[in-house]
Design a protein around this ligand. Structure first.
Ligand SMILES: Cc1cc2nc3c(=O)[nH]c(=O)nc-3n(C[C@H](O)[C@H](O)[C@H](O)COP(=O)(O)OP(=O)(O)OC[C@H]3O[C@@H](n4cnc5c(N)ncnc54)[C@H](O)[C@@H]3O)c2cc1C
Length: 340
C-alpha cells in the first residue's frame, strides 16, 4: 500500500464512528487502551455514533473479548499468525486496510512507543491528518469536528488543531491523561474477527529476539500513591529518605527533571511534560518548586501534599496540604509517626 494523496476530495459523510486502536504485548492489554476507550466513549456519545476498539495480534481472542466489558459497541480483532509479534509494517498495513474498508471518522491511538510508530504510517497510508500527543479532545458542537489540543513549544503554548477536509481525524493521546473506562459485568459489544490481506513479503523487519528489561520497571501511571522529590533534596542519598517514606505508604517514587538531570535517579521516575503523566490518589511533592512543566504531569492528582522551604513556591498554589519547612526535618517525622 502506497502513501495516499492527501487532497482526495472525499465525502465526509461516508465516515462514521470513533475507533480506539488498542494495544497488546504478549497478550497483555496495555492500560492506555482502557483510557482511550473511556475518552472514545465520551466522543462517540457526543457524536451519537458507535465506539469500536481494534486489537492486532494472534491467539489473543480471550483478551480482546475482555474489552467488550468496557462499554464498546464493537471490537475488531485483526488476527493473523504474521501479527503474533509487533512489526511496523504488519500493524500499519492491516489497520490502514481496515480503516479504508470501514471508514471511521475518528481514530485514537495511545502515544506509546508502538502507537507513535504506527500512527503516522497509518495516517500516511490513508492520506489524513494526525495530531501527536494530545492532552485534550473535544467535539466542536457547531460542526461535529474533533478539536485536538496538545502542548507545543515546550508546553508554553496549547495548540488546538482540527482536520477539516480529511478522514479519519487521527490523534495519538498521552498515556495517563484520560480517565479509564469502568468495567461492567456484562459484555456490551460484539466481536468481529478480521483477516488482513498480508503476506510475509510485506513485512520488511524480522523479529530476532525480545529481551526483558534488566531493571525492575516502575509503574508511575498506575501508582495509587507517589512520593516525588526534586532539587530540594540536594544530593542523591536523599532518595533513601524518599524511599523509606514510599515503602511505608506502598508508593512509587517520582522525581522532577532537576533531580533526574542531576543524575540522582533515572529518567523512568520523571514526572512532567517530558516525563510521565500521573494521576494518583496522593502525590507528595518534596523539594519541588512546581514549575509549569512539572505541574503538567501531576496536577490531576486527587490530593497533592507539598513540602517546601519556600512559602512562595508555586507548588503551594495547587496543593491540598502544604508544609513549609525543611524536608530533612519533616520527612523523618512523617516516617516516625507512620511507625507508631
Ligand atoms: C521543554 C521543557 C520540558 C521540561 N519537562 C519537565 C518535566 O517533565 N518534569 C519536570 O519536573 N521538569 C521539567 N522541566 C523543567 C522545569 O522547568 C523545572 O526546571 C523543574 O521542574 C524544576 O525542578 P525542581 O522543582 O525539582 O527544582 P527547583 O525549581 O530548583 O525547586 C527546588 C525546590 O526545592 C525547595 N527546597 C530546597 N531545599 C529544600 C529543603 N531542604 N526542604 C524543602 N524544600 C527545599 C526550594 O525552595 C525549591 O522550591 C522542563 C523544562 C523544559 C524547558
Amino acid at each position: 500500500m502506497m502513501r495516499a494523496k492527501v487532497n482526495q476530495g472525499i465525502n465526509l459523510n461516508d465516515y462514521n464512528g470513533v475507533w480506539v486502536i488498542g494495544e497488546q504485548r504478549e497478550g497483555k492489554i496495555n492500560p492506555v487502551t482502557i483510557e482511550l476507550i473511556g475518552e472514545g466513549r465520551k466522543l462517540a456519545d457526543q457524536l451519537g455514533k458507535e465506539l469500536a476498539v481494534v486489537i492486532v495480534g494472534y491467539e489473543v481472542e480471550k483478551e480482546v473479548k475482555e474489552l467488550l466489558h468496557y462499554s464498546v459497541d464493537k471490537a475488531y480483532y485483526i488476527n493473523d499468525p504474521l501479527l503474533k509479534d509487533f512489526t511496523t509494517d504488519g500493524y500499519a498495513i492491516s489497520i490502514a486496510g481496515l480503516i479504508e474498508e470501514k471508514k471511521p471518522e475518528v481514530v485514537l491511538v495511545g502515544a506509546t512507543s508502538i502507537g507513535r510508530d504506527i500512527a503516522p504510517r497509518i495516517a500516511g497510508k490513508v492520506g489524513t491528518g494526525l495530531t501527536a500527543d494530545c492532552t485534550k479532545l473535544e467535539i466542536d458542537s457547531t460542526d461535529n469536528k474533533l478539536l485536538q489540543t496538545r502542548p507545543a513549544f515546550g508546553g508554553n503554548l496549547m495548540a488546538t488543531i482540527v482536520c477539516p477536509k480529511n478522514r479519519p481525524q487521527m490523534s495519538t493521546v498521552r498515556p495517563g491523561v484520560m480517565a479509564k473506562a469502568v468495567r461492567t459485568e456484562s459484555e456490551t459489544g460484539v466481536l468481529e474477527v478480521v483477516t488482513p490481506e498480508l503476506n510475509e513479503k510485506m513485512i520488511r523487519t524480522r523479529l530476532v529476539e525480545i529481551l526483558p528489561k534488566e531493571k525492575k520497571s516502575i509503574n508511575l501511571t498506575d501508582a495509587r500513591i507517589i512520593v516525588s522529590a526534586g532539587r530540594g533534596l540536594k544530593r542523591a542519598e536523599g532518595f533513601e529518605l524518599i524511599k523509606e517514606l514510599a515503602d511505608k505508604l506502598g508508593a512509587e517514587i517520582g522525581a522532577s527533571r532537576a533531580a533526574v538531570d542531576s543524575g540522582w535517579i533515572e529518567h523512568s521516575h520523571q514526572v512532567g511534560q517530558t516525563g510521565t503523566t500521573v494521576r494518583p490518589e496522593l502525590y507528595i511533592a518534596c523539594g519541588i518548586s512546581g514549575a509549569i512543566q512539572h505541574l503538567a504531569g501531576m496536577s490531576d492528582s486527587k490530593y497533592i501534599v507539598a513540602i517546601n522551604k519556600d512559602s512562595k513556591a508555586p507548588i503551594f498554589s495547587i496543593c491540598d496540604y502544604g508544609i513549609v519547612g525543611d524536608l530533612y526535618e519533616i520527612l523523618p517525622e512523617m516516617i516516625e509517626s507512620l511507625n507508631r
